[in-house]
Design a protein around this ligand. Structure first.
Ligand code: G3H
Ligand code: 13P
Ligand code: ZN
Length: 309
């Protein structure tokens, strides 16, 4: 099976009350760990690449890794651009074999967001590629843009129908209180499920995307802190909230920070316990194993997409 776009994945997820995991990839071990778990659980998969990942690994390496994952697993996998900043990067990814792109115009005015999103949709749909747009802004760090807690902007449900109708996007990322990174809440975690409900009432059957959805697995934070790291106060989205979102209109749940934590926890622990080892395979293999364990847990206990491939 070749790379797929997200259309059928989201249709199944919406109907079935589950979500597809969209995992950020930056290197071979991360791709392999994710794909190993998805293969075991027969889960459809979105592997997504940020501008930072493209800069780190070079686009061609990531694309070839994902193509290898498709061939190796036989799973329906979408290769998705995460937080495309403008038309040019979306075009470059589409021309380079991506099957899905996000155009993140959320920092623009409503009209400018519509204009750039519409431009991407026209280019993408002519080529069978699906497009995710964003309305509202997440707290925390959104790629290069720093958005502080104070000016986090929840999505305004009054805008969603017009945005979707005028742009033609296939899915919509909304801001309901999640944020990127490992420090998401200062006090009690709180998400605006009322906004999600209102958005889905206005857009029946339409797939919604949740960014900043790592749960910042406390066990990994503990391991990191125990073996020399410093991540006090790290906190993510509780898993029961993610399960609730997945049972509603949320069809795509973005996870990056949890993968980073898994890799870092495994590396720190391994190197501390085996100070004599210096072969990168000796510490990258346990990192890959922990990524696989994490993703299997996400698929079966949070997303509910096991057996849906
Ligand atoms: O949304 C942000 C993702 O976690 C990607 O982060 O830009 O550091 O690769 P990055
Ligand atoms: P986390 O930082 O919560 O993993 O969010 C990742 C994300 O939204 C990527 O677009
Ligand atoms: Zn994001």
């Amino acid at each position: 099976m070749p790379l797929v776009n997200t259309r059928d994945m989201f249709a199944g997820a919406y109907k079935g009350g589950y979500a597809i995991g969209a995992f950020n990839v930056n290197n071979m071990e991360i791709v392999q760990g994710i794909v190993q778990a998805a293969t075991k659980e027969r889960a459809p998969l979105i592997l997504q690449v940020s501008a930072g990942a493209r800069k780190y690994a070079k686009p061609i390496y990531l694309r070839k890794l994902v193509e290898a994952a498709v061939e190796d697993s036989g799973l329906p996998i979408a290769l998705h651009l995460d937080h495309g900043a403008d038309f040019e990067i979306c075009k470059s990814c589409i021309d380079g074999g991506f099957t899905s792109v996000m155009i993140d115009g959320s920092h623009h005015s409503f009209e400018d967001n519509i204009a750039v999103t519409r431009q991407v949709v026209e280019y993408a749909h002519d080529r069978g590629i699906t497009v995710e747009g964003e309305l509202g802004r997440l707290a925390g760090v959104e790629d290069d843009v720093n958005v502080s807690d104070d000016n986090a902007m929840y999505t305004d449900p009054d805008q969603v129908e017009e945005f979707v109708n005028r742009t033609g996007v296939d899915s919509l990322a909304i801001a309901i209180g999640t944020s990127h990174g490992a420090f998401k809440f200062k006090g009690e975690p709180r998400l605006r499920f009322d906004i999600l409900e209102e958005v889905s009432r206005r857009l029946p059957g339409f797939p919604i995307v949740l960014h900043g959805a790592s749960s910042v697995v406390p066990e990994y934070v503990d391991i990191i802190n125990r073996y020399g790291g410093k991540m006090d106060g790290a906190q993510g989205v509780p898993e029961d909230m993610l399960r609730k979102a997945a049972s509603m209109a949320v069809c795509k749940i973005n996870i990056d920070s949890d993968l980073r934590l898994a890799v870092t926890a495994a590396l720190r622990r391994h190197l501390a316990e085996h100070p004599d080892q210096f072969d990168p395979r000796s510490y990258l293999a346990p990192a890959r194993d922990l990524v696989a364990e994490l993703v299997e847990h996400k698929i079966t206990k949070v997303l509910g997409c096991n057996g849906k491939a």
